[in-house]
Design a protein. Structure first.
Length: 257
């Protein structure tokens, strides 16, 4: 009688984690940043039908990378949870923290179950508050842990490099245009340190805007509005560069005289 092959629990969990991380890393990145009037989501996504960023409830949105069918199932489950809780109790009882806990339980159960493979997904759940200090952003890796994020966060692809870039440049009080420009710059950087050009057609952009008068704060930025924002930021950057060059030239002239 042959001896059954034995794998230690630690090694089995490490293998499952590595499997999930490799699947997530193959996905294009998503960046979420706080700005003065809310939270902006920017994803590299050329598809107009398969969304990485979606509305969950009045003030709550969801972003994900990884296998589309898996995070779409989670999105639908989150919408059902939010609708049922809001209908049963009160709309104010639906929070990003509560939704993140539900997702954490689901992902944790799947990850620790030997009966099925782990989900190859990483999620972001965000809620916009009445003021910037009330905003909530939660990142949920494949194993169901919850990370409370502030300011900016990136998932998927080369998320570590993008997060480092954002940490150095993101600041409180940014306008939507400034936050969008920073997000696109971070997504444009490749693993070798080079830069690509991302057009409006390659981006999926949405906001949770606290200044919207209606109860639902989620809004997609599409088409001409997105192109205009990107062009305005590009023009502003060119003007700033020209001004700095002119300033440095004049200083150099005065220094040599």
């Amino acid at each position: 009688m042959s001896t059954p092959f034995y794998v230690s629990p630690q090694q089995a969990m490490a293998d499952r984690a590595e499997y999930a991380r490799k699947g997530i890393a193959r996905g294009r990145s998503v960046v979420v940043l706080q700005y003065t009037d809310g939270v902006v989501f920017v994803a590299e996504n050329p598809s107009r039908a398969l969304h990485k960023v979606s509305e969950i409830y009045d003030r709550i949105a969801f972003a994900a990378v990884g296998k589309y069918n898996e995070f779409e199932n989670l999105r639908i489950g989150g919408v059902r949870y939010a609708d049922l809780r809001g209908y049963t109790y009160d709309r104010a009882d639906v929070t990003a923290r509560g939704l993140a806990n539900v997702y954490a339980q689901t992902l944790g159960s799947i990850f620790s179950s030997a009966a099925e493979k782990p989900y190859e997904v990483e999620l972001i759940v965000a809620e916009v508050g009445n003021a910037p200090e009330d905003d909530q952003i939660y990142r949920l890796p494949h194993d169901g842990s919850i990370v409370d994020e502030h300011g900016s966060v990136a998932v998927g692809g080369n998320a570590d490099q993008i997060s480092s870039y954002l940490d150095q440049r993101h600041r409180d009080g940014m306008t939507l245009g400034e936050a969008l420009k920073l997000a696109v710059e971070s997504l444009s950087r490749d693993n070798n340190g080079g830069e690509r050009t991302l057009s409006a057609d390659q981006l999926e952009v949405a906001t949770l805007d606290r200044t919207r008068p209606q109860q639902r704060k989620f809004k997609r930025i599409l088409g001409r509005q997105l192109s205009r924002l990107l062009e305005e930021n590009g023009a502003a950057a060119s003007e700033d560069a020209a001004d700095s060059e002119g300033t440095s030239g004049s200083e150099g002239g005065s220094g040599t005289s």
